[in-house]
Design a protein around this ligand. Structure first.
Ligand code: PLP
Length: 459
C-alpha cells in the first residue's frame, strides 16, 4: 500500500472543473493543432501542464495582498520582500522581475556574447532560449546517471564536475561569461542536486573566476531533498540549508511562481555591485522601476509571505510525499517514469512507453495528446519538441537525452482522488498504446517552439 500524506491545510475556496465528453475533447484537440498549449483551460479537467504560477495561495498570502503598497517608488511591499529575500538568499542586491525569464533575459543581455558558452547541470527551456537568443551556447553537463530513467540515484540532478573542468579547459574561461546550476533540475526529471555537488561546482567556477548563478525556482524542494537524503543535513533547519546553498553562488535567477507559491513574480539577486547597477538599468528600461520590477505591490507582498510558506517542513513533507505517491502508483501499473520521483512533477519516459514511435515524430507529444483525449488531462512534452535545437556553430541538431512527458503538480491544488483518476487514465492508455500515432510538425518558430507549434498525426 502506497501512502498519501494528509494535507497540512484545509480547503476554504474551491474552483469548479469539468470533464468534457470524448467527442468534444477530440474536437478541442483538433482545433488546438494537436498542441495542448492551445487548449482553453475551461476544456481541461486535470491540468498538470505546469507547477508554475498555478499554486493555491494561502489565507496569509491573500491578506498580505490586501496590504500591498502600490507606490511607484519605495513601496512598503518592496521592503517586506527585500527582507524575505535577504534572510533566505543572503545576496547583497536584488531586483524584482515579473517572472523568471525576465531575470534570465537581463542576465543574458548583460553577460552572454555570440560564441560564448554557458554551462549548467541542465538548462531549462527558457534559460536555454535566452542564451541562444544572444548567440551563446547552452551546455548541459548533468551526470550520466540521469540518462537512465530507472536508476534510483538520490541526486540525479547533479552536475558532472569533472566534465565541467574539462569543458572549461577546452573552451577557455574568457569564453564562459557565467556558469549555472538549476535546482531542482527540471529539464532532467525534476531531480535534486546535492549540497556537495553545489559546493564542488562552486569551487570550480570560483577557481576560474566564472560568476556562478543558481536557477533557484525550486530551491526549497531541493533543500528538503538535501535534508532527507544527504548525510550531515538531517537535523539542520531548511532555512540554514537554503542559506548554505546560496553561500556558494554569486547570484540567483528566481521564478517565484514555483517555490514562493504565487501566481506571478520573480527576481534576480547578486553580490556584484557593478553588475547589479547594469541590471537595474535594464530593469527600468523593460520591466519597471527597481522597487517593483514588472509587478504590482500586492504581488511583492504575496511573494514575501509565500517564500516562507514554501520552506515549511510540514508543507514540503506533504508536497514531496504527494509526488512520490503519484509516481509510485504509475510505476505499479507499468508506466515507465524517471525514478525516483522528484519534487514537483512526474516525468513519464514516453520514448520507452511508446517505443513504436521514433523521436522524429515525437513520442512525448503523442502521449500528451492521448492523455487529453482519454481523460481531459493536460501535461507537457519535454523531449525533442521542447529541447532539440540547432548548434549555432555547426548547424547540427542537438537532441535531449530523453523523450519525456512531464506531469507537473500545482502546489496545494489537487487531492489524492485526482491523482488516482490520472493513474486510471494511464491504465487505459497502457492497454492500447501500440495504436497511438506519431505527430509531425506543421508549424514551428525557431525558439521555444513547443509553446506555439502545430502538428498533424502521421497515418
Ligand atoms: C528551472 C526553471 N527555470 C526558469 C523558469 C522560467 O520561469 P518563468 O516561467 O517564471 O519565466 C522555469 C519555469 O518553468 C523553470 O522551471
Amino acid at each position: 500500500m502506497i501512502s498519501y500524506p494528509p494535507e497540512p491545510f484545509r480547503i476554504k475556496v474551491v474552483e469548479k472543473i469539468q470533464l468534457l465528453d470524448r467527442e468534444a475533447r477530440e474536437k478541442v484537440m483538433e482545433e488546438a493543432g494537436f498542441n495542448v498549449f492551445n487548449i482553453a483551460s475551461k476544456d481541461v479537467y486535470i491540468d498538470l501542464l505546469t507547477d508554475s504560477g498555478t499554486g493555491a495561495m494561502s489565507d496569509q498570502q491573500w491578506s498580505a495582498i490586501m496590504q500591498g503598497d502600490e507606490a511607484y517608488a519605495g513601496a512598503r511591499s518592496f521592503y517586506r520582500l527585500k527582507e524575505s529575500v535577504e534572510k533566505i538568499f543572503s545576496f547583497r542586491y536584488f531586483i524584482p522581475t515579473h517572472q523568471g525569464r525576465a531575470a534570465e533575459n537581463i542576465l543574458a543581455e548583460l553577460l552572454v556574447r555570440p560564441g560564448t558558452m554557458v554551462p549548467s547541470n541542465t538548462h531549462f527551456d527558457t534559460t536555454q532560449a535566452n542564451i541562444l537568443a544572444r548567440g551563446g551556447r547552452p551546455e548541459n553537463l548533468v551526470i550520466s546517471e540521469s540518462e537512465d530513467p530507472s536508476t534510483r540515484y538520490p541526486f540525479k540532478g547533479n552536475m558532472d564536475v569533472a566534465k565541467l573542468e574539462r569543458v572549461i579547459e577546452e573552451v577557455g574561461t574568457e569564453n564562459i561569461p557565467l556558469g549555472m546550476i538549476t535546482i531542482t533540475n527540471n529539464a532532467s526529471g525534476g531531480q535534486p542536486v546535492s549540497m556537495e555537488n553545489i559546493r564542488q561546482a562552486s569551487e570550480v567556477y570560483r577557481r576560474h573566476k566564472i560568476p556562478f548563478f543558481i536557477d533557484a525556482c525550486r530551491y526549497a524542494e531541493n533543500a528538503f531533498f538535501i535534508k532527507s537524503r544527504e548525510s550531515g543535513y538531517e537535523n539542520k533547519p531548511l532555512l540554514q540549508i537554503a542559506n548554505e546553498i546560496f553561500s556558494y553562488a554569486d547570484g540567483v535567477i528566481m521564478s517565484a511562481k514555483k517555490d514562493a507559491i504565487v501566481n506571478i513574480g520573480g527576481f534576480l539577486a547578486m553580490n556584484d555591485e557593478q553588475l547589479f547597477n547594469q541590471a537595474r538599468n535594464k530593469l527600468v528600461l523593460r520591466e519597471g522601476f527597481p522597487t517593483y520590477g514588472g509587478l504590482a505591490g500586492r504581488d511583492l507582498d504575496a511573494i514575501a509571505v509565500g517564500l516562507w510558506e514554501g520552506l515549511e517542513e510540514s508543507y514540503l513533507e506533504y508536497r514531496v510525499g504527494q509526488t512520490k505517491y503519484f509516481g509510485e502508483r504509475l510505476l505499479q501499473i507499468g508506466v515507465p517514469i524517471v525514478e525516483p520521483p522528484g519534487g514537483h512533477a512526474i516525468y513519464v519516459d514516453a520514448g520507452m512507453m511508446l517505443s513504436h514511435i521514433s523521436r522524429d515524430i515525437f513520442p512525448g507529444q503523442a502521449l500528451s495528446i492521448e492523455l487529453y483525449l482519454e481523460g481531459g488531462i493536460r501535461a507537457v512534452e519535454l523531449g525533442s519538441v521542447a529541447f532539440a535545437y540547432e548548434d549555432p556553430s555547426t548547424g547540427e541538431t542537438i537532441y535531449p537525452a530523453l523523450e519525456m512527458l512531464r506531469l507537473a503538480i500545482p502546489r496545494r491544488v489537487y487531492t489524492r482522488a485526482h491523482f488516482d483518476f490520472v493513474v486510471d487514465v494511464f491504465g487505459r492508455i497502457m492497454e492500447n498504446r501500440e495504436t497511438i500515432p506519431g505527430y509531425r510538425l506543421t508549424y514551428a518558430p525557431k525558439l521555444l517552439r513547443h509553446f506555439t507549434a502545430a502538428f498533424e498525426p502521421v497515418q
